[in-house]
Design a protein around this ligand. Structure first.
Ligand code: NDP
Length: 324
């Protein structure tokens, strides 16, 4: 037997229950992993609350973990018991002491990267990678706008974008978070967004920005569009404040022939070659110290409900890790 968080009905943090479950056996193409650390991500909140539909109840949430391979199923090559691995894509089920997962979602960890760091960075870090390098390829001299700049994805994006030569405008909700975003590469940290476009206009001398990375959703969508330069790219990649309501696309022409995309990590990392490339770039920037992974909160996995409450109440900064 092993221990896992299970959800029998969607709802508030209280639906996260710590239970004993049978230890799974790895089938063809799968590996059994013992977690040393599990990553907490906002997507876990969407799934727990029912905003994103999980297929069957009960289920174990969680998209990200790091640990040691215990066994591999038939047909798995290149992985063996004892390997140190991590993942941030694939099927849900990370909130468990042990789990099986498709072996082609696992990445071997460089010796320099510890399990807690890995569990804090795989999902958020590969997200930062595709957002900054593919969705809109940030160039030296670009000024970019990043919402939730002191969060898990946010702090990684600020550091990585700075390294790419961008000027980063972060948006946060408190002065403490502003200081943190600035300490991690943001050149400007705007608190709240009463008139975001006016602030961005001042900072950019009227040019506005070529890209906005908006993970807040409902509360910030319109304000974000107003910050874009003509032909700018609106990247709406999350809904921390709630989903964006349906949009009349003529607004994109009225505001300057804007582009709008709603990307997900699952699409960008679907092919094994892309996954390896994305993880390789992440391991490189973390290994060289260009990006520092800020694990600012840890909770026992059994207390995942408290971790969810803190994340939803905007009380966390940087990454949060759950320890089995
Ligand atoms: P964060 O650590 O960034 O936490 C969310 C932050 O959003 C909060 O700290 C808060 O920062 C801000 N926020 C603004 N409004 C609200 C609100 N009403 N309720 C709660 N938080 C709010 O989380 P993650 O790093 O895990 O994820 C960041 C975002 O990126 C999420 O929206 C997530 O869904 C998205 N994401 C999308 C991916 C994709 O591929 N599409 C992949 C990974 C993440 P502040 O207080 O400063 O406003």
């Amino acid at each position: 037997m092993t221990k896992a968080i299970r959800i029998h009905r969607t709802g508030g943090p209280e639906v996260l229950q710590w239970e004993e479950v049978p230890t799974p056996e790895p089938g063809p193409g799968e590996a059994l992993v013992r977690h040393a650390a599990v990553g907490l991500n906002f997507v876990d909140v969407y799934v727990r609350s029912g905003l994103y539909k999980a297929s069957n109840l009960p289920f174990t949430p969680g998209m990200e973990g790091a640990g040691t391979v215990l066994a591999v199923g038939p047909g798995v090559s290149g992985l063996a018991p004892g390997d140190r691995v991590a993942y941030g894509t694939g099927a849900m089920g990370a909130y468990a002491t042990e789990r099986v997962i498709a072996a082609d979602r696992l990445l071997k960890l460089p010796a320099s990267i510890g399990f807690e760091t890995a569990a804090a960075m795989m999902l958020a870090g590969m997200t930062a990678q595709y957002l900054l390098r593919r969705t809109y390829a940030v160039k030296r001299g670009d000024t970019i706008l990043v919402h939730a700049a002191a969060g898990g994805v946010g702090l990684i994006m600020c550091q990585w974008a700075k390294h790419l030569g961008a000027r980063v405008i972060g948006v946060v909700s408190t002065s403490e978070k502003a200081a943190l975003a600035k300490a991690n590469g943001a050149d400007h940290a705007l608190i709240g967004h009463p008139d975001l476009a006016a602030e961005v206009k001042k900072i950019t001398d009227g040019a506005m920005v070529p890209v906005v990375y908006d993970s807040v959703g409902k509360d910030t969508f319109m304000a974000s569009l107003n910050c874009l330069a003509p032909l700018g790219m609106m990247v709406s990649f999350g809904n921390a404040s709630g989903p964006v309501p349906p949009v009349d696309i003529s607004i994109l022409s009225a505001k300057g022939s804007l582009y709008l995309t709603r990307p997900t990590l699952a699409t960008y990392a679907a092919k094994r070659a892309d996954l390896e490339h994305m993880a390789g770039e992440l391991f490189s920037v973390v290994g060289s110290g260009v990006v520092k992974i800020r694990v600012n909160q840890t909770f026992p996995l059994a207390e995942a409900a408290a971790a969810h409450s803190a994340l939803e109440a905007r009380q966390t900064t940087g990454s949060t890790v759950l320890i089995p």
